[in-house]
Every structure is written in C-alpha cells, then in structure tokens.
Design a protein around this ligand. Structure first.
Ligand code: 5GP
Ligand code: ZN
Length: 112
C-alpha cells in the first residue's frame, strides 16, 4: 500500500500544503495538537529517523531550517516545538519521516 505522505506529496491525496521546495513539503496536520501544527516532510520516502545515515542526514538540517522559516512566517518564533517521533514506541503512526512544528499557544489559530 502506498504511503499516505507520498500520496500527499504526489497530489494524489488532498492536504493543506503551506510550503514546498525541491527537497521538502510542509502541510497542516489533519488532527492538530496546537494552534499552529505543521508537518515538514522530505519528498524522498525515508521510513524513520533510524534510516538516516551520513549520506542522507543533510535532509534533517533542511527540515530544521524550513521549520525555522515556517515559525517566522506563522509568527510563532518566540515559542515553538519541533518533534520527530521515531518508531511505534514513540507514537509514530506514519512511517515516512516527518517533523512536527507546533506553536501558537495563548492566541487564536494563525495563518501567515
Ligand atoms: P506521527 O505520530 O507519525 O509522528 O504523526 C503523524 C501525524 O500525521 C499525526 O499528527 C496525524 O494527525 C497526521 N496525519 C495522519 N494522516 C494524515 C493525513 O492524511 N493528512 C494530514 N494532513 N495529516 C495526517
Ligand atoms: Zn512515503
């Protein structure tokens, strides 16, 4: 079965995409746990953080920098969390590497 996030990246499934570049796509989490809750996802299918190695770890730096830019765009740079769940024991349910960007507590849901 095809991966949910690969389907979103390929526009075969709908999602509210808020950012994309040659390496990454970011979209709103369908079930947000914060007023701003975005998922930052590499275009390449990588199942978990455990699969990164020296040749592929550069994508993690790109995800962090994209998160920083998105935090500025959504005006949550004064307080946000980045979370990568790795493995079922940590609650990972989508086995396509992704970073949660969460913030905006204490104010109404924001759009850029
Ligand atoms: P995980 O627990 O794997 O780190 O988080 C996966 C996240 O993906 C969850 O927060 C969940 O709400 C979100 N999610 C799952 N399916 C979809 C979907 O089809 N579309 C969107 N936009 N988010 C999804
Ligand atoms: Zn995938």
């Amino acid at each position: 079965m095809t991966c949910t996030f690969c389907q979103i990246i390929d526009r075969k499934m709908p999602a509210e995409i808020v950012y994309e570049d040659e390496d990454l796509v970011a979209f709103r989490d369908i079930n947000p746990d914060a007023p701003v809750h975005l998922l930052i996802v590499p275009r390449t299918h990588i199942d978990t953080l455990n699969s990164l190695d020296e040749t592929t770890a550069g994508i993690a730096a790109k995800m962090v920098l994209a998160a920083k830019r998105m935090a500025e765009l959504y005006k949550i740079e004064s307080g946000y969390r980045l979370i990568i769940n790795c493995g079922r024991g940590a609650g990972q349910i989508i086995f396509h590497l992704h970073m949660h960007l969460m913030g905006g507590w204490g104010r109404r849901p924001a759009r850029p």
